[in-house]
Design a protein around this ligand. Structure first.
Ligand code: TYM
Length: 344
């Protein structure tokens, strides 16, 4: 007999959780690698989608900008099709259990495991003057995010794979010591588009905090700017529109085209047989603009209705907190903490 799945929602669905940090503006990389997939999975799972504001302060943020961005991220999630009536969509800092569970999990995470995290190495190289402890323990907070909601599935881009492996190690270590406490999360990483590359430097990842804005297409870029960025994307020597490892620039543009059009890479190659890189860039720009136009229009509308945004944000946090409180109580109990008010 197969073992029952731990932590299913009351409607029998598995839980799904994901999030993005408001440390820059959302990019087409975030959309393709994560948010688009979140939308596609929302009917099948009991979903938790977060704006992970606590994570964003591992690098210095301007408080006013962070406040504006967090709200705009929230609105962009909805504008990309996430339904706040059917999913729990909330700000991480609105559910205090995240920070509490992170502390506990810190005590179950070997220092050596964190020193191996490539994102820590990359970010410390980028911010040598601010290598703070939060940057180092960031993956433990991420593990807390996931384990608090008994998440069975975590749709992310490829850069988060190592953090998911760490989360699984932490869950297993805790469960082995205290009995089944946490559900075991599986990453969901798309086959195409899990790593969209920077437009001008296609050997590295497109990143929302890239100081060179020409490397990224932001979800809220206007059509003129999108076209300019697509046209100036770095392509490779040669002229044949073909997906190949030694053509990282063209491969990246083909990947974006493929995901947004729903065509396979060979179908996109076929479409551009006998055409030049310039054709691909122009058609890609049109496709990106057409994809983002409704998102931008809906985002603009939502930002005009901040009462609505704040009310669904509050509702999302309240529902998320119910689940989070249960998990944290289970963990505290296993550890031997006396529940508050136990003798009343
Ligand atoms: P963040 O905000 O950097 O990115 C959000 C999501 O977008 C994906 N992504 C990409 N996918 C493809 N190509 C790219 N160029 C690209 N850039 C980003 C990321 O893989 C991610 O899925 N630590 C996380 C946020 C987080 C989280 C969590 C995610 C905190 N707690 C719990 C899942 C579950 C982060 O900084 O993502």
């Amino acid at each position: 007999m197969t073992k029952p799945i731990f932590g299913l929602a009351s409607n029998g669905k598995k839980n799904l959780l994901s999030g993005s940090a408001p440390s820059g503006n959302l990019t087409i990389g975030n959309y393709i690698g994560a948010i688009k997939t979140w939308g596609e999975l929302q009917a099948e799972f009991n979903c938790y989608y977060m704006v992970v504001d606590l994570h964003s302060i591992t690098t210095r943020q301007d408080p006013k900008l962070l406040r504006e961005r967090s709200l705009s991220f929230y609105a962009q999630y909805l504008a990309c099709g996430l339904d706040p009536e059917k999913n729990k969509i909330f700000l991480q800092s609105h559910v205090s259990e995240h920070a509490e569970l992170a502390w506990v999990l810190n005590c179950f995470t070997p220092f050596g495991d964190l020193t191996r995290m490539t994102q820590f190495k990359d970010k410390s190289a980028k911010h040598p003057k601010n290598i703070n402890s939060g940057l180092f323990t960031y993956p433990v907070l991420m593990a807390a995010d996931i384990l608090l909601y008994d998440a069975h599935l975590v749709p992310v881009g490829e850069d988060q794979k190592q953090h998911l492996e760490l989360t699984r190690d932490i869950a297993l270590r805790f469960n082995n010591e205290f009995g089944e406490t946490f559900a075991f999360p599986d990453p969901f990483i798309g086959k195409v588009g899990a790593r969209i590359m920077a437009l001008q430097e296609p050997t590295r990842k497109m990143d929302k905090s890239d100081p060179n804005a020409n490397n990224t297409i932001y979800l809220l870029d206007d059509p003129k700017l999108i076209t300019k960025k697509c046209k100036s994307a770095q392509t490779d020597s040669g002229s044949e529109v073909r997906f190949a490892e030694d053509k990282p620039g063209v491969a990246n543009l083909l990947t974006i085209y493929s995901v947004l059009s729903g065509l396979t890479i060979p179908q996109v190659e076929e479409k551009f047989v006998g055409k030049m890189y310039g054709h691909l860039k122009v058609e890609l720009a049109e496709l990106v603009c057409a994809t983002l136009a409704p998102v931008q229009a809906r985002h603009a509308d939502l930002m005009k209705n901040q009462d609505y945004l704040h009310s669904v944000m509050q509702k999302g946090a309240d529902l998320a907190a119910e689940h989070a409180a249960k998990t944290l109580a289970r963990v505290y109990d296993k550890l031997g903490f006396i529940p508050k008010g136990a003798r009343k």
